[in-house]
Ligand binder design. Sequence first.
Ligand code: PEP
Ligand code: MG
Length: 595
Amino acid sequence: MTFSIHGLAVSRGIAIGRAVLVASSRMDVAHYFIKTEQIDDELLRVRHAKDAVVGELIKLQHSLVGKDAKDAPAELTALLDVHQMLLQDQTLQDGVTHWIKDRLYNAEWALTTQLEVVSRQFDEMEDEYLRERKADLEQVVERVLRVMKGVASPIASPPPPRKRQGGQQDLLPTDAQDVPLILIAHDLNPADMLQFKTSVFAGFVTDVGGKTSHTAIVARSMDIPAVVGARTASQLVRQDDWIIVDGDAGIMVVDPSPIILAEYGFKQRQGELERERLARLLHTPAVTLDGQKIELLANIEMPEDAAPALAAGAVGVGLFRSEFLFMGRAGKLPNEDEQYAAYVRAVEGMQGLPVTIRTVDVGADKPLDGHGDKSSDKGHSHINPALGLRAIRWSLAEPAMFRTQLRAILRAAAHGQVNLLIPMLSAASEIRQTLRQLDLARAELDNRGAAYGNVRLGAMIEIPAAALSLPVFLKYFDFLSIGTNDLIQYTLAIDRADETVAHLYDPLHPAVLQLIAQTIAACNAQGKGVSVCGEMAGDTGMTRLLLGMGLRTFSMHPAQILAVKQEVLRADAAKLQTLAGRVLVADDPAAELAG
Ligand code: PEP
Ligand code: MG
């Protein structure tokens, strides 16, 4: 039966495919397709790992009995029996074989997919005792996965991700490898999303998350249709259901009827045509009708994103979110040389164009280690993380870690134009401490005789307090970059990652607009650089307004660059000043802008 679920639109386009339900805690297994001739190897890998775990369990049981039979807790030995039974269970085995043989999933993916299927069956059981066995099943599968981790797949590396699928839905593909897959999860943290950057998925849906949550931001950077905040999606959808993800409208359709499929197939083709049309603007300079040159820069998460950003028409990187280098490493932070190598890769990837590296911004919805286990995060504030030890606050609390990053960035600056950007500053004292650490980092490099380059120094304006104390920022910094995602969050007291208040997250709130306009005006008046690097910069509905406020540098996901360029080419910046003036004093800025 066809039904639809509404969420928040985060990444444009339409994806049509089969649902792959993944539990958040099992994101870190590899997901890739194998070749037919590898089926036997993958089946064998699961069998060996399973046999190894059965062996472990039997050994454990013997050791318990061996010690002193009467001391051995009866419950524990019974539990070990249950674990062995669960492992040998035919539904688990048949399912895993099915996903490997018929769908060509790699062994770990097959195992976690079948775990999800069986877990749901447990959830539906009346009997409480049986229902509780789900946790046992999860434990034994974890054990198998752990054994498999130690035995690498014979397949050297996963094949590259498949391209967006287009126009084949009138006739839904039946060949396993041709079926696009849609990942459905309760939650995905940014580190998980990053892992999926090189994965097989054609679309994403999550139950939780806001439009500018970092999970949504990474989804956008992958340029595949995504919906977040779809509340109960992961409970209502079953493994393998046919799904449509409408990333423009924030809707997912489950089990679509032929008429609906045809309609979305049409929309999908329209989207493809629009992309082809925009591609013609790739080499056109971004200049307004009245001759204003506009800089369109890219936001990137990893050094490897630099080359594609360049190919997408970016004239530099306006925001390299360096924290992604720090995530998912079980608390082990990258050392100076590792970071240096990563920054140099980004600089070289941009072939002489400037790269703005933002110092680490972990905390809030970007835990260092994934799976919601924030307790493992160093220095993470648990009470109210968005207001806690985040970004520069964490860096200043861990000066050795901060200087390691600063030294790596300064050294990378010897290889090209690097701008250093500091997140979440709010007060002069923090600015002074930051500059002191920068001086110390330079001195440390001097002592070592290490080569390093000059950097332009920038501050993010993402806390209202910063936007309201611009003179002190302008005194110390060469440029400012407005982080509208956080500026909106902190001005309106709306958690950007919380879908329950997403309707109140309003980029066009008069207070937000005032802070943005004032920052742009103050920088322009002093001849200092100013950019917007929050999601507003890539929103074509905002381009005219930002141009009218005097913004000339926009930093966004590479996938948005050509659409924004199209707006720029159609705009008359001088005339838009009048529009911006009207919007800034309007009771209803959205209505005034729509006009
Ligand atoms: C912002 O806050 O707008 C920004 C660009 O930084 P981030 O989204 O990484 O918090
Ligand atoms: Mg921010």
